[in-house]
Design a protein around this ligand. Structure first.
Ligand code: HEC
Length: 146
């Protein structure tokens, strides 16, 4: 009886290991396309966006080593794809006033609500944590419409 349980455990562990190896074969896009029009902002503002937002909202993502291992890679790539689709600092709308206004209001909302950067990301990236002062600097810039 005990032996049966042990055997089953070994088989389950082996199947799980095989599955983990297999899912590594599924291709995941980890792209950094060329920067088309980088965000234009004073250095003090841009530095904060760079360290807290650029990994998911630009074409300058620093892909970490664990971003190569499935299933984390799927999760990470999903964040970057969704993040870039909503807000992309590498495609900054320099001339389109309306689009710029919409994006600024959206950023303002995320800052006020404290929903960005994503909590799961800040856990592993302490440098991305926004201090009250950082938040203030960004909010002033966003509200000024720059
Ligand atoms: C770990 C990745 C990650 C980081 C870092 C990150 N974001 Fe996001 N962001 C996302 C994802 C994913 C979405 C789309 C899904 C969602 O709204 O949760 C998003 C959506 C947004 C949106 C659009 C929200 C909407 O619902 O319209 C704004 C604005 C935004 N982020 C601003 C920021 C700002 C500003 C920072 C830095 C202070 C930041 N994000 C940092 C992943 C990230």
């Amino acid at each position: 009886m005990k032996r049966n349980i042990a055997r089953r455990l070994v088989i389950s562990a082996a199947s799980l290991a095989a599955l983990i190896l297999l899912i590594q074969l599924i291709p995941v896009e980890r792209t950094n396309p060329p920067v088309e029009a980088d965000l234009v902002a004073p250095d003090a503002v841009k530095d904060i966006f760079r360290r807290a937002c650029y990994d998911c909202h630009s074409h300058e993502t620093r892909w970490p080593w664990y971003g190569r291992v499935a299933p984390f890679s799927w999760w990470l790539a999903g964040h970057v794809t969704e993040g870039r689709a909503d807000l992309n600092f590498s495609r900054w709308p320099l001339f389109d006033f309306e689009a710029r206004e919409l994006i600024l209001r959206d950023i303002e909302k995320q800052l006020v609500d404290g929903t960005m950067p994503l909590r799961s990301y800040v856990l592993g990236h302490r440098e991305a944590r926004l201090s009250d002062r950082d938040r203030q600097v960004l909010l002033e810039w966003v509200r000024a419409g720059y």
